[in-house]
Design a protein around this ligand. Structure first.
Ligand code: ADP
Ligand code: MG
Length: 678
């Protein structure tokens, strides 16, 4: 209504605004039209009827048919939120999916994200209480909600989306919800899944009905390599340029890679090559997508491909079923995925690159056939497809450390763990090891009951080990008075993957010269940043991601509030007052971490560092070159410490430990954790 009347000349600013409004209007119109074109739209009525008639319903449909974005809207339209009395909750295995889908749906409903439609992921709650009707969240977040609301009373419908992914949190959710269904007769449970595995879910819920949304899928030509590829990255790059130079436009390419490092290095590689080729080839628009990609860049994959240009999406298996990118005509699939693998006897979790299952590579190929006939280039042999690949991926619950989950279940009052309704039961050694880990942490007593400390650890929105560190830093007389420092370090450790713009070493030399551990380096970064008023320029000057530090600040706030609620802040203050000199502070910080991560200690032996598993005799490991400790040994020729505590163990070509803090006196280990080290 501020716009000038007819006849007046528009100022450039007004003209720009008007143009933008027009564009927005036509965009919204087309959004509404696209909604009606999605396969689920035709089944709106029968779907709503099936939901009315059944408490539990499995919904199966091709990826991109509209399950995630449309179904929850139909539920709102059908009155399930009772004018704001109830919420509809939709879980996603991945944070990126939860945020991106919530954004899309708020657009479709023409509301502001965070109001009627919101999302909730760890450390970030974009919902408004009393207003949000539809909440997308990670499965882990809904799991945590059980702690405060055992019967999920604020929800009228729960949709467990992407259930075929079988993440640990999804599996546990299904068991817990199965348990409350008889008590909450009015609660609807929808389980949606891509076209695999749906029978299992139906059997689990007393043979509940399966509603299949027939999808449309164009034929996809599958091509294999004749010989196994020694270097699939190189092979993928060659294939990209072959497609680009021989196939006509439009037709975007989706490449499945295993993680951030692979994706970023391929992006650089592609940009370099296409720069060299210059105007000899049509333009490429390269868009990566992976979990740690800064949120503001994530939406790039959805932008429309400009004319005379080809979009190349470099994705992790997040694009396998969770996200649908329109316009893909070619899929390049090396056939690998990164997967957790936990061995109870050594208590070590490895992130391994393993061959995908048949079900996965078939899903991936399907991504090429959404807009028209497509092609999929598999960078492995047909023989390998037929003879080497597993049928289905292994559910996470059988290949992961269960300690955290078991602690959560215990604090929810689930006593009989072995008889919990698991879709797939974890192995006995895996149970036993988890209980042992929890006992070491002090979360369980020797009868296997959860302790006060254990309950407290559950309150923290982070791993119980970190909860223990914070607890010790405020309460434990051997190391308290360090809560403020530990809060900062713990928060920083959650975001180290995207902290530095260049190499960590460059930031190190520009921030300080002397520091003995990664932990204290992170602390120093945060404190200096705080000292200059959380300045953006300071970050630029020191090659540190400003946005990441903002997230750290937010995480720290949340953990601080949690400590406050638990009374830790006051305890820490008391401890600080009783300590007159502060010389020992760094030692005490180290001791706090020992109290939480006693199982992550490597000791120096005649052949270098080895982990300290009781049952294994230790795995030989190296300190990652990015670690401050490595740099100190190498450049300052410092004498190696007897023991090192690490936050991460990565098994790649070599076994590396990352984010390390030296333990100068071995006696600290026995002092803090006698039941482990004596
Ligand atoms: P399903 O859950 O059945 O796989 P979705 O509901 O995710 O299907 O997708 C339906 C449509 O919405 C697809 O065409 C997809 O491209 C589109 N879509 C989903 N998320 C976004 C987004 N963030 N931006 C643009 N389009 C999106
Ligand atoms: Mg979906």
């Amino acid at each position: 209504d501020e716009l000038p009347e007819e006849g007046e000349t528009l100022s450039t600013e007004d003209a720009r605004l008007l143009e933008e409004l027009e564009r927005e209007r036509s965009r919204l119109l087309s959004i509404q039209e696209t909604r009606k074109l999605l396969p689920v739209y035709q089944y709106r009525e029968p779907l709503l009827k099936a939901i009315r008639d059944n408490q539990v319903l499995i919904i199966v449909g091709e990826t991109g048919s509209g399950k995630t974005t449309q179904l929850p809207q139909y539920l709102i339209e059908d009155g399930y939120t009772a004018g704001g009395k109830y919420q509809i909750g939709v879980t996603q295995p991945r944070r990126v999916a939860a945020t991106s889908v919530a954004t899309r749906v708020s657009d479709e409903m023409e509301v502001i994200l965070g109001q009627e439609v919101g999302y909730s992921i760890r450390f970030e709650d974009k919902t408004t209480s009393g207003k949000t009707l539809l909440k997308y969240m990670t499965d882990g977040m809904l799991l945590r909600e059980f702690l405060t609301d055992r019967n999920l009373t604020k929800y009228s419908c729960i949709m467990i989306d992407e259930a075929h992914e079988r993440t640990l949190a999804t599996d546990i959710l299904l068991g817990l919800i199965k348990d409350i269904l008889p008590k909450r007769k009015d609660l609807k449970l929808l389980i949606s899944s891509a076209t695999m595995n749906s029978k299992r879910f139906s059997e689990f819920f007393n043979d509940c009905p399966i509603f299949t949304v027939p999808g449309r899928r164009f034929p996809v030509d599958i091509h294999y390599t004749l010989q196994p590829e020694a270097n699939y990255i190189q092979a993928a790059i060659t294939t990209i340029f072959q497609i680009h130079t021989t196939q006509k436009l439009p037709g975007d390419i989706l490449v499945f890679l295993t993680g951030q490092e692979e994706i970023e290095s391929m992006r650089e590689n592609l940009e370099e090559i296409s720069q060299k080729l210059g105007s000899r080839i049509k333009q490429l628009l390269i868009t990566p997508i992976y979990a740690n990609l800064p949120q503001e860049q994530q939406s790039n994959i959805f932008q429309k491909t400009p004319k005379d240009c080809r979009k190349i999406v470099l994705a992790t298996n997040i694009a396998e079923t969770s996200l649908t990118i329109d316009g893909i005509k070619y899929v390049i699939d090396p056939g690998f995925v990164k997967e957790n693998s936990y061995v109870p006897s050594s208590n070590i979790t490895q992130l391994l690159t393993v061959p995908c299952s048949k079900a996965s590579v078939d899903q991936r190929a399907g991504r090429a056939g959404r807009v028209g006939p497509g092609k999929c280039f598999r960078l492995f042999t047909k023989w390998s497809y037929n003879n080497e690949l597993e049928m289905m991926p292994k559910p996470e619950i059988v290949r992961t450390n269960l300690s955290h989950t078991i602690l959560l279940l215990l604090s929810l009052g689930v006593k009989d763990l072995l008889n919990f309704p698991f879709l797939d039961k974890p192995s006995i050694p895996s149970f036993t090891k988890s209980l042992e880990n929890l006992y070491i942490l002090g979360a369980l007593n020797n009868k296997g009951d959860i302790t006060k400390l254990g309950e407290m650890m559950c309150e923290f929105p982070c791993e119980p080990e970190f909860g223990k560190v914070l607890y010790s830093s405020a309460i434990d007389e051997r190391c308290n008075g360090t809560l403020s420092e530990c809060l900062t370090i713990v928060s920083m450790l959650h975001e180290t993957m995207s902290l530095f713009i260049g190499k960590k070493k460059e930031a190190l030399s520009s921030i300080m010269s002397e520091v003995e551990s990664d932990h204290l380096f992170y602390l120093e970064i945060y404190n200096q940043w705080k000292g200059v008023g959380y300045s953006r320029t300071w970050c630029q000057d020191h090659k540190i991601q400003f946005k990441t530090l903002l997230r750290v600040k937010n995480i720290r706030n949340q953990l601080f509030n949690c400590c406050k609620k638990l009374g830790l802040i006051d305890k820490d203050k008391e401890a600080l007052e009783s300590r007159s000199n502060d010389k020992e502070k760094n030692s005490r910080i180290t001791k706090c971490f020992i109290s939480g991560f006693a199982t992550n200690v490597a000791k120096l032996g005649p052949t270098g560092y080895r982990t300290t598993g009781k049952s294994t005799g230790g795995l030989s490991i190296s300190i990652h070159p990015s670690s401050i400790v490595f740099q100190n040994y190498k450049e300052k020729a410092m004498k190696p410490y007897k023991a090192i505590l690490y936050q991460q163990l990565m098994l790649t070509s070599k076994e590396y430990i990352r984010d390390c803090i030296p333990v100068p006196e071995e006696s600290w280990l026995t002092e803090m954790m006698p039941h482990v080290f004596k």
